[in-house]
Ligand binder design. Structure first.
Ligand code: ADP
Ligand code: MG
Length: 666
């Protein structure tokens, strides 16, 4: 194999022989060998063994078309003219008496060859049986890969098998080499699937062993202050809430409580749909720290969101006599320093800010609980950095994914779900409105405003830059003030406003001094105004499914029926995926269900968090298809984690090899 080929393989992600052998087919063509040409129906696809009698190249009247024709004879003595189009090079292979396998179709009295191979050389590798089709590239064809894999096959036996023999016996799994051999060259399709499942299970198991190992390491190295029981402050907090907690909220709190009581740092993920009431639970965890004389930190991915959280938290804290600091980079230096000093001395109880700020700058007197909002935006590294400061950590995400997946994607976290929103909620009524009827959408929106409710208008997603997007939003707000929303108080919110301005706009909207917020996706998370009951999303087809769902979550936060109107071009002009996104949104309000569809549409590589966990590099497993295998791998990983080294040793070794490969992001 020359250096050129190596390079080309490299671009397919194939560097070592092992990579090549682990590059299993993505599909198979099922071609059985026919006994002869005579038995074939017209147009029937088949593979026939035959010998060449004579060959000639025929030019045709069309300038660019050359035909190679060989009179061939099969084992039964039937002669046909085998025809190759535009492949004059085959004449070099074909002499009188050459034996070969041809694959193609009978067309009249000739046989059109799609693919052939010389008998005795590769023996059916390309033309007979379940012929593997590989993920290939422009530079290196599936046929070439078949040849290369065929040559490398004898080396299968030298590849390591990380599955411990006992586990293989207990689970009834074949040897790795056998599974790979079967995957490349199965006798039946079922055999290929069994082989793939065996390889996928091992892959998932290694991943889980790695994730669990990392978690144990973290636990061994660190400890957090145990917070035993609820105290007086929590009593007052509960009394202050204008509602009773839902069953799901209470059980989330119970799980968190049990974690907090230990000196092993909590590493829990709180999953719940937008508006399901996660913030209330998060604040509970923070206050548990405060009432024992420790501190809490709430970290958000963006400044806007941090500010938004601060506004929510500050109100409650004031009533409880808890001192809360906002920390963002746009705060004047002197103020920031003062806030930091108060956190260092313990004068302040809670910090709300962006994660970067809190992690890099702040010395806490005693940080006991950290809440990380939208954890998927934080890499494993950040999680680890946090771990060193040894608080209990609660991660929150409003992009829920099915539990089995969550355990793999966020395998080093315990998972808690708030599955149901507060009972007084009605699902947001969602409509898909064509451009031509957008006037009606605004009429409807005005009706809400006239009844004293508030509204959002979300501007189209602009990919160029935040600045361009901000300018577009300003212009749109201006336009709406002059036309559709004339006479109403319209504010504009985007990422290019100074903190103070942004805060002012959000405050004014919260206090009801603005009727409408025209905004970019900065309102995607955190904005919580129950009186806002209608949202128009412009050019909704430009947004992703999860993003639209997040945006929609800004309404439907009170007892009133809320509406979300998705304005887009007509269906005929949309891509199939875009249309399906909008349809799905209209049909379902359930975040978990949407996550499934999203997964389906975007593929698992796009799943948030997969990159950190190594899931985007899976060779054999498919997250969408292999739920059962994922659960099984998880159980096995837990079961073997405490086993002697001769059992987990090879798995750990394999995990380390992966870590080596992925240093830099995992
Ligand atoms: P999330 O953070 O999950 O998106 P929030 O915690 O912001 O949701 O809650 C959304 C809204 O629901 C808030 O206005 C909150 O005050 C309210 N809420 C939370 N829990 C309850 C409950 N148990 N009953 C009624 N309303 C609730
Ligand atoms: Mg929230």
């Amino acid at each position: 194999m020359g250096p050129k080929v190596a390079e080309r393989l490299g671009r397919l992600g194939i560097v070592t022989v092992r990579d090549l052998l682990e590059h299993i087919p993505r599909a198979y063509d099922d071609w059985s060998e026919a006994t002869g040409f005579a038995g074939l129906a017209l147009g029937q696809e088949a593979t026939v063994r035959c010998a060449v009698e004579r060959v000639k190249v025929r030019p045709t009247r069309r300038r660019n078309l050359k035909i190679v024709q060989a009179i061939v004879r099969d084992g039964e003595g039937t002669r046909v003219a085998a025809v190759w189009f535009n492949q004059t090079w085959v004449t070099r292979q074909l002499g009188e008496g050459t034996e070969l396998l041809v694959h193609g179709r009978l067309a009249g009295d000739s046989f059109t060859v799609e693919r052939h191979e010389l008998a005795g050389q590769t023996e059916g590798l390309h033309t007979v049986g379940l012929v593997p089709a590989y993920r290939a590239s422009e530079e290196i064809s599936s046929a070439r890969l078949r040849d290369l894999v065929g040559q490398a096959r004898p080396r299968l036996r030298f590849l390591p098998d990380p599955l411990p023999a006992r586990l293989r016996a207990d689970e009834g799994l074949p040897l790795r080499a056998d599974a790979l051999a079967a995957a490349h060259r199965p006798h039946e399709r079922a055999e290929a699937e069994v082989a793939r499942a065996r390889l996928a299970l091992e892959e998932l198991l290694v991943l889980q062993v790695r994730v669990l190992g990392r978690r144990r390491e973290l636990e061994d190295e660190t400890s957090a202050p145990p917070l035993d029981e609820e105290g007086e402050l929590i009593g007052r907090y509960r009394a202050l809430l204008p509602f009773t907690l839902t069953h799901d909220q209470e059980s989330a709190i119970a799980e968190i409580s049990a974690d907090l009581a230990l000196s092993r740092p909590m590493q829990r993920l709180l999953q719940g749909d937008v508006g399901s009431g996660k913030t209330v639970v998060a604040l509970y965890a923070l206050l548990r720290a405060v009432e024992r004389g420790h501190q809490g930190a709430l970290m958000a991915p963006t400044e806007t969101l941090a500010e938004q959280h601060f506004l929510t938290v500050e109100g409650i804290c004031n009533e409880l006599g808890v001192r809360c600091e906002l920390l963002t980079s746009s705060l004047p230096a002197a103020q920031r320093r003062a806030a930091r000093d108060r956190l260092a001395s313990g004068e302040a109880d809670l910090a709300v800010g962006t994660h970067a700020l809190i992690q890099d700058e702040v010395e806490f007197r005693s940080l006991a609980v950290a809440v990380v909002d939208e954890q998927h935006r934080f890499g494993v590294e950040q999680r680890r950095a946090l771990g060193k400061t040894t608080p209990h950590v609660l991660h929150m995400t409003a992009t829920p994914i099915p539990r089995t997946l969550a355990q793999t994607v966020y395998g080093d976290l315990d998972v808690t779900e708030i599955a149901r929103p507060p009972a007084d909620r009605r699902p947001v009524v969602t409509r898909w409105v064509g451009h031509e009827r957008s006037a009606e959408a605004y009429t409807r929106l005005r009706r809400h405003l006239e009844e004293g409710r508030q509204a959002y208008v979300v501007c189209p997603l602009v990919s160029e830059s935040e600045t361009v997007e901000a300018r577009a939003a300003e212009q749109e707000a201006e336009r709406l003030r002059a036309h559709e929303l004339r006479g109403f108080r319209v504010g504009c919110l985007h990422g290019r406003l100074k903190t103070a301005e942004r805060r002012e706009v959000m405050d004014a909207f919260k206090r009801g001094e603005l009727d409408v917020l025209v905004a970019t996706t900065v309102i995607e998370v955190g904005v919580d105004v129950p009186n806002a009951t209608i949202m128009i999303v412009q050019e909704a087809d430009r947004f992703g499914l999860a993003q639209l769902h997040q945006l929609r979550g800004r309404v439907g936060r009170g007892a009133q029926q809320s509406y979300c109107l998705l304005v887009s071009r007509p269906k005929e002009e949309l891509t199939e995926d875009a249309a399906r996104r909008l349809e799905t949104l209209v049909e379902t309000a359930d975040g978990f269900e949407l996550a499934e569809v999203d997964l389906d549409l975007r593929g698992e590589g796009q799943l948030l968090g997969t990159r950190q966990s190594g899931l985007s590099d899976l060779k054999f497993a498919r997250l969408t298809r292999d739920r059962e295998l994922i659960a099984r791998a998880r159980k096995l990983a837990e079961a073997v984690a405490d086993d002697e080294d001769d059992v987990v040793g090879p798995l750990r070794l394999e995990a380390e090899r992966l870590d080596e490969d992925h240093r830099g992001f995992a």
